[in-house]
Design a protein around this ligand. Structure first.
Ligand code: GRG
Length: 304
């Protein structure tokens, strides 16, 4: 746990260093963006990105802009998810949500700003790497592509759209639809962080595919754990409202299958994810592989 806390501090230092300065006529927007990122979070995606980059021999300098971009994209998704038009939540990461603190319009703009800034940061890094070293430039461009695709219509935004639509219609989703929602809404960004990190280190296609499968299984385990915590967790530890799924009559894996079976599924998916990581053949840094396996276990047993 001490090691994980060091990794979180490291990710915090890197991510926060990319936040914009709060000045100029758009100062309120910049404050709302910075508030959303600074207010907390586990920094899971940047931690994963850096570990996978190091696993394949890339450096902190190679990974840093991508780590910030991943956390900005993840944070924008939370800011928009909390808006009145979506979940209408007032509490996130133990603090007022961005729209609660800055108003709805600024909440929308803060999310837009974070998403655009993420791609601005990445595009600068790609151009810098291309100028310095062609191989590193191509690897950075590949990481860019992975993140863009997984964040968009074939990833997180696609998953969120079906989730929102089925909530609005107050209808039970089919197993296939639930699988689509979890794969895209939750797994896609975890896959992106892990695959982009490995790409920066030059991992081959076979390893990238194993990493995608690991991210997919981890994301589902993570989401089912989230469903369980919405039923059994407490607001103070979680830093967000609980009982939301039941209140909104939302069907989740946990509400369909019950807590006991859901716990078993989480364990099975976590073991599956760890199995893929053990199969990776091009790993250069075994310490990072071990860390990732431990991290997967701690995430799916988490209480916050
Ligand atoms: C608005 C395009 C758009 C997408 C929203 C992220 C999301 C999609 C919805 C939030 C609700 C939710 C249950 C998402 C699933 C992923 C998840 C459990 C996110 C929370 O991630 P953590 O636990 O959050 O890593 P912290 O605060 O620790 O960073």
């Amino acid at each position: 746990m001490a090691y994980l806390s060091n990794k979180k501090e490291e990710a915090d230092r890197i991510v926060l260093s990319f936040l914009p300065e709060e000045s100029g006529y758009d100062k309120t927007l910049l404050k709302a963006m910075n508030y959303s990122v600074k207010v907390g979070g586990k920094r899971l995606r940047p931690i994963l990105l850096l570990s996978f980059a190091r696993m394949y021999g890339a450096t902190e300098a190679d990974a840093a802009p991508f780590m910030a971009a991943m956390e900005f994209i993840h944070t924008y998704s939370l800011v928009h998810d909390d808006l009145p038009a979506m979940d209408n939540d007032m509490l996130r990461r133990g603090n007022p949500t961005t729209h609660a603190a800055f108003g709805e319009a600024m909440g929308i703009l803060a999310g837009d700003g974070l998403l655009s800034e993420a791609f601005t940061i990445i595009s600068h890094q790609v151009l810098k790497q291309v100028a310095l070293d062609q191989i590193k430039g191509i690897r950075a461009a590949k990481a860019f592509q992975i993140i863009a695709e997984k964040a968009g219509i074939n990833g997180m935004v696609g998953g969120q759209s079906l989730d929102v639509e089925s909530d609005k219609d107050k209808r039970d989703v089919t197993e296939d639809e639930l699988e689509y929602i979890y794969e895209n809404k939750t797994s896609a960004l975890l896959e992106a962080a892990m695959m982009a990190g490995a790409s920066l280190g030059g991992a081959d296609e076979a390893d990238i595919e194993l990493i995608r499968k690991a991210g997919s299984a981890l994301g589902k385990a993570f989401q089912i754990r989230d469903d369980i915590l919405d039923i059994t967790g407490d607001e103070k530890t979680l830093g967000k409202s609980v009982g939301q799924d039941e209140k909104n009559q939302k069907s989740t894996y946990a509400s369909i299958h019950g807590i006991e079976e859901s716990e078993k599924t989480v364990k099975g998916l976590t073991d599956e994810a760890c199995g893929y990581i053990k199969q990776l053949s091009g790993v250069k840094n075994e310490e990072e592989r071990e860390f990732v396996i431990e991290l997967f276990g701690s995430l799916t047993e988490r209480n916050n």
